[in-house]
Write a new protein. Structure first.
Length: 302
């Protein structure tokens, strides 16, 4: 077993313990798929990432993303947290040769606040945004769910039909069954049947918009309350979910159900206070951002 640089990062919050924790192995060269999966299962975090040299000159680094139950082609909080940890590692002045491709930096561009991550869905752009980072949401594929499937999901969540405003199946790498509900109160009161959702092989994301004059919206500038249920990958409820917030924003903005810029809250039912910044630029690209903070750093023997 070799000592490898390691960080544990809290994502979508500037305060440790308020966001979604991520384990990052900063030099994963030589690790087998089995070793990565075993370590991800051991951390018992929603995701663990492994940084590798890129396989293309268009990327700064490559990341593999594992949940306790398997590998993901893309996920949002691991994207921001991995980039945060990677940037910190660069600033340490340690030899980062394992993070370099054979290309020269000119092929990546000279913007010091712009990076490219390689992962299962391809190349993902990341930029500096305020005190944090933001990633360009991958292309979204969405479809109207089968009515019988919608009824089953609603039953597993304990929802009445009149509480559901809209529904879509969302795919930006991870696949989410997205539901827009009637109020943030409904979202926060849900008590899902996680065993049933797992048997249905269904990850569900629920959301509801805040009224502009709601106390939470006035105090914290919130636009959307979000929860994510993912028992199928070993996580009954994810604290703060970048991929889900990305696909929700792409859907809801496209349908005129949310504005081109808003802040989402997630994690309250787990004692967290995640904040996700969503925006759509003039080209139609949706960006998903937030702050991160490193809580643990050192080495791990893998």
């Amino acid at each position: 077993m070799n000592p490898r640089p390691f960080k544990q990062v809290d994502v979508f919050s500037p305060r440790l313990g308020s966001g979604n924790a991520l384990a990052v192995v900063l030099d994963a060269q030589g690790l087998s798929d089995e070793a990565m999966q075993t370590f991800a299962r051991w951390t018992q975090l929603s995701e663990t990432t492994f940084i590798l040299p890129p396989s293309t000159p268009q990327a700064h680094y490559r990341v593999r993303i594992f949940t306790p139950g398997g590998e993901l082609p893309f996920a949002g909080h691991p994207t921001l947290g991995s980039c945060h940890a990677w940037l910190e590692q660069q600033k340490l002045g340690s030899d980062p040769n394992y993070l370099k491709s054979d290309s020269d930096d000119k092929q990546l561009g000279s913007d010091p606040d712009y990076w490219v991550q390689e992962c299962g869905v391809g190349l993902v752009r990341i930029r500096r945004e305020g005190a944090g980072l933001a990633f360009a949401a991958p292309p979204l594929r969405r479809t109207t769910p089968n009515p019988a499937r919608l009824r089953d999901v609603a039953d597993a969540l304990g929802l009445h039909p009149q509480q559901i405003r809209a529904a879509q199946e969302l795919d930006n790498g991870p696949v989410w069954f997205g539901l827009l509900l009637d109020s943030p109160h409904t979202v926060l009161q849900l008590k899902p049947d996680h065993h049933r959702l797992k048997a249905m092989n269904c990850k569900v994301g629920v959301a509801a918009a805040y009224l502009a004059d709601a106390p939470e919206a006035t105090r914290d500038g919130l636009g959307l309350e979000v929860r994510a249920f993912a028992s199928v990958i070993g996580v009954d409820e994810d604290p703060v979910t970048g991929s889900l917030n990305a696909s929700l924003a792409q859907w809801l903005m496209a349908e005129g159900l949310m504005p081109d810029r808003y802040r989402a809250a997630q994690g309250q039912c787990l004692g967290r206070a995640g904040r996700v910044e969503l925006s759509r630029d003039a080209s139609g690209q949706v960006w998903v951002g937030g702050e991160s903070i490193t809580g643990i750093e050192g080495t791990v023997r893998l």
